[in-house]
Each structure stands twice: as C-alpha cells, then as structure tokens.
Design a protein. Structure first.
Length: 175
C-alpha cells in the first residue's frame, strides 16, 4: 500500500481536476473532503484483525465503496447546501478511486495479496504484476522507517509531476 503522502497527492490532483473554477479550486472544505476521500479507504486499518483476519485491502478498497463515497459526498453537499453537489460527489468518488488505483499499483507483501478492487461485483483480489510503488511497512523498526521514507519519496517523485502538470494546465487556461 502506498503511504498517506502518495494518497494525499493523488487526492489533491483529483481536487484540482474536479474544480470547475477558482471558487471550487480554493474552497478548503471541498479540498479537504476530496483529499479525505483519497485517504479514507485505509480506515480499515482500524479494524485490521477483527475476527482473527486481516481486513485491510478488502471492501473499502473497491469501486463499490468509491461509488458510495461519491453518493455520500453528493448527499452531504445537498444537505449542507454547498454549490455543485454533483461535482463534489464525482470528485469524492474519483479521489476514493485514486486510492484503489494506487494500491493496485503497489508492491503488496501482506496476505491476502491484492485488493478487492471490483467489490461488490466480484470478491476476488487483484494485483498488478509489475508494481510501480513500494510497500509500506507496518512496524516502527529503524529499517522499516527508512524503507517507508524511501517509499514516500518515490511516491512524491512519481505523483508530483502529475499534480504540477494539472496545476500548470489550470494556470495556462486562466483558472
């Protein structure tokens, strides 16, 4: 699984892509909700060993949950009377989906290997055969911390050009 740094960068990129104008782009609530949606699938780490099994990379790491997140964001925006609730819902769903994509593209070393990317349509685990991102360790030993820092630096190196490219495109179009 990529680090929260990588997921936050992907969420920020989605926020910049989903913003229709400078008002959306600089709305901190929208940005926080969309970046939060990119980080949210890892909430399953809190329930990691319920019933004696590892729940990480299960249902929360799927297109089904991405769709539910989009619907929840849409409904929340309607209740709170935020502008453009459909746009916010799409942004939240895409940000959640970015988490699924990044986890699909990483090196997984903890069984079950892969993610339930297509849940609820399929409960199989999927993993890319040629990972782009490194795994993140789950212990606090010096070797793990050093490896995790390297993995996060690699995520920044891979994802920052995408974020900067989206920012540049927005600036060149005047919004």
């Amino acid at each position: 699984m990529p680090s929260p740094v990588g997921h936050a960068l992907a969420g920020l990129t989605v926020h910049m892509l989903a913003a229709r104008d400078p008002i959306d782009l600089y709305d901190r609530r929208r940005a926080a909700l969309i970046v939060g949606a990119a980080l949210a699938p890892d909430v399953d780490l809190l329930f990691r060993f319920v019933d004696g099994r590892n729940h990480h990379n299960h249902e929360t790491h799927s297109v089904g949950c991405a769709l539910m997140a989009g619907i929840a964001a849409f409904l929340a925006a309607k209740v709170w009377r935020w502008g453009r609730p459909a746009n916010l819902g799409v942004g939240a769903a895409l940000a959640w989906g970015s988490h699924v994509l990044l986890d699909y593209l990483n090196r997984d070393t903890m069984p079950p290997i892969g993610i339930m990317a297509l849940w609820p349509f399929d409960d199989g685990f999927y993993k890319v055969p040629w990972p782009l991102f490194l795994d993140i360790g789950r212990t606090l030993s010096w070797a793990t911390v050093r490896h995790d820092a390297l993995a996060a630096a690699w995520e920044v190196a891979v994802l920052s050009p995408l974020l900067l490219g989206v920012w540049w495109l927005r600036q060149s179009r005047g919004n």
